[in-house]
Ligand binder design. Structure first.
Ligand SMILES: *Cc1c(COP(=O)(O)O)cnc(C)c1O
Length: 370
């Protein structure tokens, strides 16, 4: 098949209707390309949006996680609790700082770190930090998890790379932990035209450390005061794009949620495990269904012009570089069954119908065959 009729991502939809070329032009003409006025303006705007005191732009979501861990002083010998179904990003950062990931089981309904499993891990030995990924845009049980972390005196890092704009009550994802990490990879809910990331925190000392770490560990220019620094800056071009898109993020998230709700209504009754209904604490970054016949369904949808993806096919502890012996049955079962359907701003009504019809056809054909 050449171009699918329903692709998995829309570059046009991802502009949120903003003239991004004009944003870029302004930066080109302004002549300041690294850590200039737009980065500062975006950091302030995003901190305000989240309701946190500080936001520090960095080069990627993975760097955000790495610098957040470094800012907390997590290093060699330390253990960091996280889930193993979230694409290996947290694991990558944990290993990058010399620490060791300690994988805990996920909740079978929302697929996020299970509070009981975390509580058990916190009771079983010293833990330096916890990374909670709000997977697929659905916030985890952040109340119970942050309470468990506080009780154990362990800092919580929220990985919000799929959850820009999600909120529980009036408090946004990213305003619950000691630090929160965001990615602005182009396909994220708030995406740039390249790589970008950000660390948010209410703690001025932590923000100061991330600030120093993103630029060689400098306290002032050419004064290397903090070990472990490097070069991880958000550039002006990306900041200009993000600044222009931010005011339209909530509308784009509402569009994603509406698609998720249409799928939820259309698929009720099918032998498919559906994600929880999308409330305010879900920004439908991915619409992920589960079936033991995942690969067949995916092939069927491809034949009908619908592109899908799998997030994620292998759990972190089974990656070739890990070789952990730990057993995580819920996580492993999920990895074998998850399938992400198209869900993004700019997805047209006839395309949504096509996805729905194709999914239904798969199961009605199956019923007929039985
Ligand atoms: C995309 C993503 C990251 C990594 O972000 P990059 O900008 O690609 O480095 C981290 N965590 C999660 C959950 C992600 O989805």
């Amino acid at each position: 098949m050449t171009q699918p009729i329903v692709p998995f991502f829309s570059a046009v939809g991802a502009t949120f209707g903003v003239d991004l070329a004009a944003c870029l032009r302004q930066v080109v003409d302004g002549g300041q390309y690294v850590l200039g006025p737009r980065v500062r303006e975006f950091e302030a705007a995003f901190a305000r949006y989240l309701g946190v005191a500080h936001a520090v732009g960095v080069a990627s979501g993975t760097d955000a996680l790495t610098l957040a861990l470094r800012a907390l002083g997590v290093g060699p010998g330390a253990r960091v609790v996280t889930a193993a179904n979230a694409g290996c990003y947290a694991s990558t950062a944990i290993v990058q700082v010399g620490a060791e990931p300690l994988y805990a089981e996920v909740d079978p309904l929302d697929m996020n770190l299970a509070p009981a499993a975390l509580e058990q891990a916190l009771g079983a030995g010293p833990v330096a930090a916890v990374v909670l990924t709000h997977l697929y845009g659905q916030m985890g049980d952040v109340q119970r998890i942050s309470a468990a972390c506080s009780a154990a005196g362990v800092p919580l890092i929220e990985d919000c790379a799929q959850a820009h704009g999600a909120q529980r009550g009036t408090r946004k994802a990213g305003a619950w932990g000691a630090l929160a990490c965001f990615s602005f990879y182009p396909t994220k809910n708030l995406g740039a035209l390249g790589d970008g990331g950000l660390v948010a925190t209410d703690d001025a000392a932590l923000a100061g450390r991330v600030h120093a770490l993103r630029q060689y560990g400098w306290a002032a220019r050419y004064e290397v005061a903090l070990a472990g620094g490097g070069n991880s800056r958000l550039d002006e071009l990306q900041a200009a794009v993000l600044l222009a898109k931010l005011p339209r993020l909530d509308r784009a998230n509402a569009e994603r949620r509406a698609i998720a709700r249409r799928y939820g209504a259309a698929f009720a009754g099918l032998p498919l495990r559906l994600p929880p209904p999308a409330g305010d604490d879900c920004v439908a970054h991915l619409y992920v269904v589960r079936t033991p016949r995942r690969d067949e369904l995916r092939a069927h949808l491809a034949r009908h012009g619908v592109a899908c993806d799998v997030h994620y096919p292998a759990p972190d502890h089974r990656q070739p570089v890990r070789r952990c012996t730990v057993s995580l049955p819920v996580t492993e079962a999920a990895c074998a069954e998850v399938l992400s359907l198209p869900c993004y701003p700019g997805l047209m009504a006839p395309q949504i119908d096509r996805v729905i019809d194709a999914v239904r056809a798969f199961f009605s054909a199956e019923t007929a065959a039985c």
